[in-house]
Design a protein. Sequence first.
Length: 223
Amino acid sequence: MSQKRVSIFSFLLHSFLYVSLASAAVTPTFKDYFFRFTHSNPPREVLTYQRLRGNFTNTPGVTPAPHNPQDHFNRISLYNAEPEPHGPLYVVPTNPHPPPVPGYYGLSARAGIPDAWQLIYTYRLEEEQSFGFRYEDWRLKRSKCKPTLKIWYGPEQDVEDGWRWYAVKGVSPMTGFEQWTAWWVKLSDANEGAFADTEIVPVGLELVEAGPVNSNAPGGVEE
Ligand SMILES: *[C@@H]1O[C@H](CO)[C@@H](O)[C@H](O)[C@H]1NC(C)=O
């Protein structure tokens, strides 16, 4: 190639890269979010518009104040495609030394309650899958006026069939603290009475855009 051709080629390549990068800056490929309960019915102050934190468990949930500043919100990375984001919900560790494999948020059937799945995350995909872990069919819809995404699991038909989010009060086996975790449930004859010993509250769940990671800040984010 002559000198001139090389420089034209290089000019074209750089123009191409510049345009691709510029458009990438407008629509970033991945974006970070947090889980957040919206309304509950009846309204519960402990839940309303609270973001879900780890409390050093693999079950994202809401714990009562006062919070430990080390207790970070569960951070999610999501493929931010047009017209709707989609794909698995990847775990973004806010503490150092994440395992060298991706972590996923998904639904666990480990509790053994029919028609009831608990939101958890795992870095041990194969092990969880042997307990029926589901993580690939998250559905997301942008809100028209807020930087939030509506989130549900599986076909839209399921929502019409009565599947919805509940906050279930429990005690973390790892920390002994009260924790309200998120469950995807269809109340049915099969699971009647399964939550009789605890409180189960219908809630909204959404993903809300997250600021940059700062592991030293409360909740892992500047607020
Ligand atoms: C778990 O949550 C409780 C209640 O907010 C808090 O007091 C406790 O410090 C948290 N534990 C950890 C290990 O973050």
